[in-house]
Ligand binder design. Structure first.
Ligand code: MG
Length: 379
């Protein structure tokens, strides 16, 4: 089998979310947005798919490297792309590596008639989800006050989520960042849902050491389950300093560059109790699985960052927790139970007990709506 064609299709859809000046997602007025489908095709008629790529990068850098390769040589292809990043980091990001790697795993699953998680080595068919909120906002009735978070946590608990994670206020929201307001939101949520529900916090990412410690101590009092990224992750020393003083588990690194190598350094330095990574942060399914095995070898848990089919398949192939699937981002104004316009079904449908079930269809199992894509192409 040989890769014979690598193409992209950019199409429009109506989005109901916007990004603020720092890149955080919030509900917003309906507007036209764009998405891109990556398609890798072979001489045997088997294809693989992924979403979210820059067509110029695929055409200019990726396609010439992949044409003629056997699509099952995912490791060789990933290593080649990784080495090519050295002088092309401005365009060949880990997100690009991730999309290519996902499409190749999807292709392999379709070729072999198996879901990706079983090719990786299946461990389970469903994972409990936590409700992961959008960042705080100033929308009345949205996520604008501690009480609003408490109300939303109760709604998520009623929906069946076994756990709840707050993303609190970040700039440019008025008054953010504010450790005391974060603690007020965390306190209101704990009071609303009771003592048993696991709760997590992902606050502003550039607090000082002292602010992060103050916040962590408050979360210990509230019996929170973990905290993510309260400081710049480039300072491993700051996380060692914080972790030594808190019983509250720290989860990270999440956004720090460096794939599995960075996770290894954090483990060796004792910078967090629980490691972290997702297909988008690390550059695909291939390095996320390496990271899971790295963590297993050190007896360290790893929580998977972000949702989507590829992260779910890895979670279902991990023999260590990965305790939860991150479902979201959720907001009182957004209907998360509707699939994206380019999919015929949700890729992370959740049952009433709060379990997300992995698809048993070949590949990543995304039910792509090709009719929609073809009728909304950007010419
Ligand atoms: Mg996070």
């Amino acid at each position: 089998m040989k890769i014979t064609e690598i193409t992209t299709q950019t199409f429009t859809y109506t989005s109901h979310t916007t990004r603020d000046s720092e890149g955080h997602t919030h509900p917003g007025p309906a507007h036209e947005a764009r998405q891109t489908l990556l398609r890798i095709a072979t001489d045997e008629g088997i294809e693989g798919y992924a979403f979210g790529v820059n067509p110029d990068v695929i055409r200019g850098i990726v396609a010439p490297m992949l044409l003629g390769e056997h699509p099952f040589y995912r490791e060789r292809i990933w290593q080649k792309l990784k080495e090519r990043q050295r002088l092309h980091l401005g365009t060949l990001s880990d997100r690009v590596l991730s999309a290519v790697d996902q499409a190749l795993w999807d292709l392999a699953g379709r070729a072999l008639g198996q879901p990706v998680y079983k090719l990786l080595g299946g461990f389970r068919d469903k994972v409990p989800a936590y409700a992961s909120t959008m960042c705080g906002d100033d929308l009345p009735g949205g996520l604008d006050t501690p009480e609003a978070y408490a109300e939303f946590a109760l709604a998520c608990k009623a929906r069946g989520y076994p756990a709840f994670k707050l993303h609190t206020w970040q700039p440019p929201m008025p008054g953010a960042p504010d450790v005391k307001r974060d603690i007020a939101a965390c306190t209101a949520v704990r009071a609303a849902v009771g003592d048993e529900m696991p709760l997590m916090l992902d606050p502003f990412h550039y607090y000082s050491r002292e602010e992060a410690l103050y916040l962590g101590r408050a979360l210990e009092e509230l019996h929170y389950y973990w905290m993510e990224e309260p400081m710049d992750e480039h300072s491993i020393a700051s996380y060692v300093w914080l972790t030594e003083q808190l019983a509250l588990p720290m989860v990270g690194p999440e956004t720090a560059e460096g794939k599995m190598y960075t996770r290894a350094e954090w483990i060796v330095r004792g910078a967090s109790e629980i490691s972290r990574g997702g297909v988008g942060d690390l550059g695909g399914i291939t390095p996320l699985v390496k990271t899971a095995h790295l963590c297993e070898s050190f007896g360290v848990r790893m929580e998977v960052h972000g949702g989507g089919a590829a992260n779910l398949h890895v979670l279902c192939a991990m023999g260590i927790p990965g305790e939860y699937y991150e479902r979201g981002l959720l907001h009182p104004f957004v209907d998360y139970e509707q699939p994206a316009p380019w999919l015929n079904a949700l890729e992370d449908a959740m049952d009433d007990e709060g379990f997300v079930h992995v698809s048993q269809k070949p590949g990543l199992g995304q039910e792509i709506n090709f009719d929609y894509i073809n009728s909304h192409l950007v010419k």
